[in-house]
Design a protein around this ligand. Sequence first.
Ligand code: ATP
Ligand code: MG
Length: 579
Amino acid sequence: MRYSRMLIPTVKQVPADAEIASHRLMIRAGLIRKLASGTYTYLPLGFRCLQKVINIVREEMNKAGAQEILMPSVQPIELWQKTGRDVDYGQTMAKFKDRHGRWNVLAPTAEEVVTSIAASEISSYKQLPINIYQISFKFRDEFRPRFGVLRSREFIMKDAYSFNADAESLDETYKVMYDTYCRIFKRCGLNYVIVEAESGEMGGAGSHQFTIPCESGEDIIVYTEDNSYAANIEKAAVDPLPKAPPPANAEIPAIEEVHTPDVGSIEAVCAFLRQKPSDMIKTLIYTTGDEAVAAIVRGDHDLNPEKLTQSLGGKHTELADEATIEKVTGAKVGFAGPIGLKMNMPLIIDHAVAAMAVGVTGANKTGYHIKNVVPGRDFPLEGGNVIVADIRNAVEGDTYDGKKLLFKRGIEVGQVFKLGTKYTDKLGVRFLDENGAEKTCTMGCYGIGINRIVASAIEAGNDRNGIIFPVSIAPFEVIVTSVNQDDEKVAQVAENIYQQLLSNGVDVLLDDRVLRGGVKFKDADLLGIPVRVTVGRRSVADGNVEIKLRCESEGIKVAIEKAADKTGELVNSLKEKLN
Ligand code: ATP
Ligand code: MG
């Protein structure tokens, strides 16, 4: 391709909402343009990157024996009602009514559709296992689309689904997908970290996320110093804290109600009562279906809704609305506590609360708190309705398995799940086994965010001059920069090298614009093309060109006749590193 003919609108200015490097650089390098909040057009160079990622993903999926299909993105809501996910997805799922008054969903994922296909097409063990995938648009009405294409509303996902005869077969497919993901991310030039992930309502059978460590990531990776354990914070387990010793030289007096007018937040109560957040016992009211539960964590800790769900045997939980909170506590929001709730309901108590010697809690009475609260004395730590469990996020200072926990941020680029029979049960995917007995298929699903791969590669590879792309997903492998395009001889040498590279199968861009060298170098750096061949008047007079890697500051001089071959070698050696 010739630069002069391509739409590569590089710009200096970036919009104010471009907070992170990949977002800024994708706009500056002319890869994307924003249409509306969370939706982007991919211009020619951006689309080339996407295509390269898609090709790698497709090649590896096919190698793993998966079969590509394509499912509709507009799906009847009835299908989602069968699994209850029309409700679970909440407002993230976009819906519209068609001209006949029927509700449709813009697919945020495709478990329901693929499972309904399996229900009608799979009937025998002979068809199993099967792994089918698609690469297609997904739409999620994200609460806060941001970071350019990292969290957009419309994006391209590779989503694969396996149907297996039993748990053992699912384990095998899961392992194949896990290994395939390792190859995909390596080929895309990403340094990934695999973490244990929460499967939430999907069921507890297991899940891993593939994450790219980087400051701008929205996920928090929790790991032990020796790297023997790594998990997403949504999942990361913590050791229970040792029981705090009772305060010295005094017995803890009986509980005492204190008037705390106009203070609702933990910070405000602490300031008012001169307490530390870690002395507070925080009570959050959640609902599971029609039932309310009280989740109790220390004031300085954050409740982990995924862990809460797990402690309740996987039941979907949601923060209760104001009316429910007032009904069960008898007080306005901000004054809940484990003592004197108006309704008998499960108390899910975090280990760290159980380990407290004494604390302050809401009095279930508007404007009041209770002090001198001793867990186990003033509210139960065992018994029918009480569960003491790990229901909070890990924090600095926690350990797991006796080892110190460390934290870093990361971007989730892919996730694999063992789903079990959640979908196949509800949508009836049954088959006859070897003995003619009817069984339900077990299922796995495996997702990759195509756009996120491009953005996270840029997040991981950039400097002040622009992008540094891995060769495998760069829009071009090589740019031939003709510095004096108005000089016929120079233009001819550049053209010859360009033609040779093309015929050697190298993906090359010829910068044939009549512009100053400095401007062209700046653009080449900004675009992040891994190899640059520079042809200028002086070097041509000497019979040389310069070949330079984007990731290095110095280039090498190579005789004009050898330039194409040497460039090809360099490209190959860059590629080999990713294999
Ligand atoms: P997140 O936790 O970041 O919202 P998710 O866990 O909901 O993502 P999955 O349902 O696991 O996402 O989707 C599979 C993959 O699709 C993710 O690993 C991610 O790479 C990509 N993806 C998900 N949401 C978005 C989005 N809003 N924009 C771009 N890519 C996304
Ligand atoms: Mg995920």
